[in-house]
Write a protein that binds this ligand. Structure first.
Ligand SMILES: NC(=O)C1=CN([C@@H]2O[C@H](COP(=O)(O)OP(=O)(O)OC[C@H]3O[C@@H](n4cnc5c(N)ncnc54)[C@H](O)[C@@H]3O)[C@@H](O)[C@H]2O)C=CC1
Ligand SMILES: CC(=O)C(=O)O
Ligand SMILES: [Mg+2]
Length: 363
């Protein structure tokens, strides 16, 4: 099978979907690997490193998309890539269709068979291809939020950990899943006072045990959410309803009453964000203000630390890539129902059909 890896084109996106080690594995199994020139450079992999393991490098994205039976990406296709989507190809990448009608239309109309990383499930119901990037984004959320909480970063000028005699910042995390608990760990490590909210009490029990009482856990409801957000110096949005748009949990009227100079980091922005005022931003221009509150809503946060993120992502994706390349998507999905859950569009004799699960969630 021809496996293609184009260079990522989203703003400041330096990850790549396959490492030279992954290419080596595929070539050893008899597959042809085609990588766009400089696709790996942002993650520290030269073209020569890919060629050394038997992959070919080609100068244009068009050449990769044209040849590949299995097209590996990191981020969803953006407008300049829509015309490259085609039938008779399997696209394996993050898609986040619930947040983008334009991308949904492009993928559906192209006739491609698309499998979304973020929808693939492990046997235990976990999200094995989302988790590594949620770990990265959760940790980065506090790092980015702490920067923007400084006066020069647009925030109130509060040091996360405080100093003896001065209160630390209050960091509120909405969602106690993978990104939320990783954010809490870094915030605790930096000396902040941390509150974490979730609907899932069993999950809060685990978090309480994990942090030995160092984090305040609160069952999420409108009243408690408002109370926590109004007292926060930093709020991290880390909720997920898999396959659906993020629920809008914090209204503009609550934001208007937040502390001046508070910072919101809405990690859940790739599913639409959990604040009414959230809209996607880029690493080039990561923040905007809503009244006196700074919003940071970068939809590809892990792209900023590609030397970490590319390894973390491809460690998780490679077994699935191998299954898709060795067996083809139909047999691979039949053998692994968790992979089949990632299938969002499929090409058949009558054209592409959209799976109903995601149709419902496009808002
Ligand atoms: N911006 C970026 O660069 C990145 C964004 N993400 C996104 O971060 C979000 C979170 O992902 P994970 O942490 O992996 O999800 P997760 O599934 O591990 O955790 C989500 C948590 O949210 C909770 N939740 C759902 N609805 C809630 C509500 N109404 N109130 C309170 N809690 C609620 C769930 O019970 C769960 O514990 C996803 O949208 C994911 O795509 C992930 C990586 C990078
Ligand atoms: C999960 C995701 O969208 C990212 O890593 O950019
Ligand atoms: Mg994203």
């Amino acid at each position: 099978m021809f496996v293609g890896v184009p260079r990522e084109v989203k703003d400041h996106e330096y990850r790549v979907a396959l490492t030279p080690a992954g290419a080596h594995e595929l070539v050893a199994r008899g597959h042809d690997v085609v990588v766009e020139t400089d696709a790996g450079i942002g993650s520290g992999f030269s073209d020569a490193a890919y060629r050394a393991v038997g992959a070919r490098t080609v100068p244009t994205a068009e050449a990769v998309w044209r040849r590949a039976d299995l097209l590996l990406k990191v981020k969803e296709p953006i407008a300049q890539e829509y015309s490259l989507l085609r039938p008779d190809q399997v696209l394996f990448t993050y898609l986040h269709l619930a947040a983008s009608q334009a991308c949904t239309d492009a993928v559906m109309n192209s006739g491609t068979t698309a499998i979304a990383y973020e929808n693939v499930r492990g046997a235990d119901g976990s999200l094995p291809l989302l988790a590594p990037m949620s770990e990265v984004a959760g940790k980065l959320a506090v790092q980015a939020g702490a920067y923007h909480l400084m006066a020069a970063g647009g925030g109130a000028g509060v040091l996360l950990g405080g100093v003896p005699g001065v209160r630390p910042a209050h960091v509120v995390v909405i969602g106690a899943g993978v990104s939320g608990t990783n954010a809490a760990a870094v915030a605790v490590g930096m000396g902040a006072r941390v509150t974490i909210l979730d609907l899932n009490i069993a999950r809060l029990r685990e978090v309480d045990a994990q942090f030995g009482g160092r984090v305040t856990t609160v069952t999420s409801n409108k009243f408690e959410l408002e109370r926590a957000v109004l007292d926060a110096d930093m709020v991290i949005g880390a909720v997920l309803v898999p396959g659906a748009k993020a629920p809008k949990l914090v209204s503009n009227s609550v934001v208007a009453r937040m502390k001046p100079g508070a910072v919101v980091v809405d990690v859940a922005i790739d599913q639409g964000g959990c604040f009414e005022a959230s809209r996607p931003t880029t690493h080039s221009d990561p923040t905007y203000r809503v009244g006196n509150v700074v919003f940071y809503c970068v939809a590809n946060m892990p792209g900023a630390v590609p030397h970490t993120s590319t390894y973390a992502l491809t460690n998780a994706t490679l077994p699935y890539v191998i299954a898709l390349a060795d067996k083809g998507w139909r047999k691979a999905c039949a053998a692994d129902p968790g992979l089949a859950l990632g299938l969002v569009t499929q090409s058949d004799a009558r054209g592409t059909r959209k799976r109903s699960r995601d149709v419902a969630s496009v808002g």
